[in-house]
Design a protein around this ligand. Structure first.
Ligand SMILES: NC(=O)c1ccc[n+]([C@@H]2O[C@H](COP(=O)([O-])OP(=O)(O)OC[C@H]3O[C@@H](n4cnc5c(N)ncnc54)[C@H](O)[C@@H]3O)[C@@H](O)[C@H]2O)c1
Length: 450
């Protein structure tokens, strides 16, 4: 009999995990406290944008391997292994992670799980969380409020939005934070089809398992902020950060991934994870070890300010009476996630400074409209850019990368462009009469080659 798995919290991580585990052949029951989300998932509709997920959801619902519920009792009766995937957002006004949802989920789950089952934390949490939850579990086992033999494991998740299906079905590695051979065996069974592909697995203690995730995000954020710091220096020296980055990338010790200068990182993970990591380090008395992350965060924020400055410069020094078209609202392409999105942040700042902002994003329009209703939302690139004095390219969707400078030039009021992602071809845009600006690149139009 294949294991029966449950997934608690069916957001970006949990819905993907539930669908993919069903795709791997397990019987899966997903749970969320959001009834609308559960109803949509049961109807075969993914409540967010994630390429390739919806067909798999439908396929596995039809195959009878997957369904969703709001009942913890049902989940407890069903599952052999339970994956907790609820959110851990940043606390309001603080760097620390808000553990309310994780704690609530464990409090609902532990009293209803069956004897000998495994509860697996997947959410990204501050080091020490698994140990704290384990103490609670031990107390429940001792007073009989939790069924005998229930164990806890930590299995951090590294999926990337936009590639979530691929990353879940064929991850780079798995990390199992366990305290017993039985827990490890249960996890090996739950990930059997993934391990059969030869996926490396690192078995660790709880502390390391929790740290791997935040360390990975801290490293990625640092790499992005490093090249963005170089962009700042390029701006001061007249250098071109795209060439600098290209030259660095040939060094195999450095590598070219996550080394593109631009508007920086955002989303529901990197920013809040590095902040929570710093906050936790402070509590542990090792804040100095992570003080560089403060600068990583600051560099990232400064790119947003610089983008606003560049747009203002192109607009003639002031946003008063200026129309600005913003292309992109999601924090990255192939996602509708607008959490801490640099694009939306810049759009809001510019509107606040007096410009009329029109915005288009291929997937994140609804989320953006709910979060920032005061912007002018348009149905496509051409409508967003119609009559614009300045166009800002802020999320590198493929359809923006492929824009024709001549065609777009026909609808704007003035051919002014800031490429916040350094992916458009300055030569082509300048040849079409555009004033092209970008982060970390020479801001003067090059002299025409004789
Ligand atoms: N999004 C990603 O790419 C990604 C990648 C790796 C790790 N993570 C981590 O995974 C966790 C979840 O992130 P997400 O992006 O999926 O968040 P999300 O906000 O999209 O989803 C969280 C879900 O949990 C539900 N929930 C809240 N309280 C609950 C409870 N008590 N019981 C059941 N469900 C409850 C919410 O309704 C929501 O649907 C976070 O810790 C995040 O850092 C996310």
């Amino acid at each position: 009999m294949p294991l029966r798995l449950t997934v608690l919290g069916t957001g970006y991580l949990g819905a993907t995990h539930a669908v993919c585990m069903a795709e791997l052949g397990f019987e899966v029951l997903g749970l969320d406290v959001d009834e609308t989300k559960v109803a949509r998932l049961n109807a075969g509709e993914v409540p967010f944008f994630e390429p390739g997920l919806e067909p798999l959801l439908r396929k596995n619902l039809e195959a009878g391997r997957l369904r969703f519920t709001t009942s913890y009792e049902e989940v407890g009766a069903f599952g052999d292994v339970h994956f907790v995937c609820v959110g851990t957002p940043q606390k309001k006004g603080e760097n620390a992670a808000d553990m309310t949802y994780v704690d609530a989920s464990f409090a609902s789950l532990l009293p209803v799980v069956r004897e000998g089952t495994l509860v697996v934390g997947k959410s990204t949490v501050p080091a020490g969380t698994a140990e704290r939850l384990s103490d609670g579990l031990e107390a429940g086992l001792a007073d009989g409020s939790v069924a005998p033999g229930v164990e806890l494991a930590w299995n951090p998740e590294f999926l990337r939005e936009g590639f979530a299906v691929e990353d879940t079905l064929t991850p780079d590695r798995l990390v199992f934070g366990v305290r017993s051979a039985r827990s490890e065996q249960q996890l090996r069974e739950a990930f059997g089809p993934v391990l059969a592909l030869g996926t490396p697995v690192v078995v660790t203690d709880f502390a390391t398992a929790q740290l791997v995730k935040v360390a990975a995000n801290a490293f990625l954020a640092t790499k992005i902020s490093f090249i963005n710091a170089m962009a700042e220096v390029c701006e001061a020296t007249g250098g071109d950060v795209t060439l600098l980055s290209k030259a660095l990338s040939y060094d195999t010790r450095i590598g070219g991934r996550f080394l593109q200068a631009g508007l920086g990182f955002g989303g529901g993970c990197l920013p809040k994870d590095i902040r929570a990591f710093m906050a936790r380090a402070g509590e542990l008395g090792v804040d100095q070890a992570l003080s560089f992350l403060k600068e990583v965060d600051a560099i990232n924020q400064r790119r947003r300010v610089r983008m606003v400055d560049l747009a203002r410069e192109l607009a003639g020094g002031s946003f008063g009476g200026v129309r600005v078209a913003v292309l992109g609202a999601a924090f990255k392409p192939n996602s509708d996630d607008i959490r801490d999105s640099p694009a939306l942040d810049v759009a809001q700042a510019i509107q606040r400074q007096g410009a009329a902002v029109t915005l288009y994003d291929p997937a994140a329009m609804e989320n953006a409209r709910v979060a920032v209703p005061e912007l002018g939302y348009r149905r496509n690139t051409m409508e967003a850019c119609k009559g614009a004095d300045v166009v800002l390219h802020l999320t590198e969707w493929a359809e923006f990368r492929e824009m024709d400078p001549e065609v777009l030039g026909g609808v704007v009021a003035a051919r002014n462009l800031v490429d916040g992602r350094n992916v458009l071809d300055p030569v082509a845009w300048r040849a079409a009469g555009w004033h092209y600006r970008a982060l970390g690149r020479p801001q003067v139009e090059p002299l025409p080659v004789e």
